[in-house]
Design a protein around this ligand. Sequence first.
Ligand SMILES: [Fe+2]
Ligand SMILES: [Fe+2]
Length: 189
Amino acid sequence: MPYVPTITTMIRLDHSHAVSAFHRYGSETAWWRKRAIVTSVCRALEIHAQLEEEFFYPALARIAPTDEILKKSQSEHDQLREIIAKLRGMGPENAAYDSLFMELMRDTLHHVADEETKLLPLAERALGPELRTLGAQMMRRRMQLLGEHPVEMAVNTAGTFPVATAVVATVLACGVARLVRGNRHARAA
Ligand SMILES: [Fe+2]
Ligand SMILES: [Fe+2]
């Protein structure tokens, strides 16, 4: 079977890209760069949250419907969305811009820590081969969601995680396509 990353690998990759994107932002950063980082991080977090809600959380709900961390995860995503909406409504010249972005960072890191220490290990213990099936579904859906915002993604040069993960996903998908072609040729020979 061609290599497909598991859903938990993809989620961890998104998290580490988010952390490094946050660290590129400082109060002394140029305003245009602040805006580029914030635009990119916000879009990336929205895509990441949507993917988790469509694939990861429903799979966890089947195996651990009463898990306390899982139960609060959706509302934490909604809180992140509220901060994102506020950030989009102001510019870097606003005195509250830095502190709001720091709030987004704190809340995201707290949420990510819960996922990495509780939810991802839980999924890895219980879901077995389904982790790869879910990974493939999530990869396809990510490409679809990124395709809905090609201009925003192309203009944004902050190099944050939806783009980086999309590149990884594309490389993997190309690798998969080559493997499939190779198998076909091998069978035809
Ligand atoms: Fe999440
Ligand atoms: Fe996450």
